[in-house]
Design a protein. Sequence first.
Length: 205
Amino acid sequence: MSHSRREFLKSLVGMSTVVSLSPAVPLFLRRSAVAAEAAQGNAETVLVVTQLSGGNDGLNTVVPYSDDAYGRSRQTLRLTGDEVHKIDSLLGFHPKMQGFSRLFREGRLTVVQGVGYPNSNRDHDAALRDWHTARPADAACQTGWLGRTFDLVGRPTEPDVPGVCVAAIPQPFALNAERTVVPSVPDPRQWLRADRRKSAATASG
């Protein structure tokens, strides 16, 4: 039996609102989930968290193209208003982010800038731990913010799981849970029939 991306996520997650309504999830995500579920008439909602590891350049992802300070500070890296996908008169998406721009225009994407927390740790490893645990004051914390959410919403007596990691890398620390087993799927195409897998590979190539 073949699976669409939506069916794949639903079959693995199998819970309305997934982690969106848990008290362990940031408030703006919970509000977004509530709004989305209300708009869909209480249809099942799946929260997809995408982790972009590495040295992402935030100023050239969502670009303040009309800001003079940005232009003066980036003589060689700056992007102009003619190059970006404009959000408004100040900001624009990087030229390679056509898909993000389309989702934004369709009202399916929101940009949240300047996210941080007071007294952030400037040590790289410690800051990563703060990010994954969402508990900056607890250096001994062994669970991630998503893992704790899975523990709260999981139903041990049912075959469904509250979350899944789809990645060809080791699970992020944010998924560490105390009671819940979070499965990892290196490539979702392995869930497709051979003929559908070939079509998906051709489309992605």
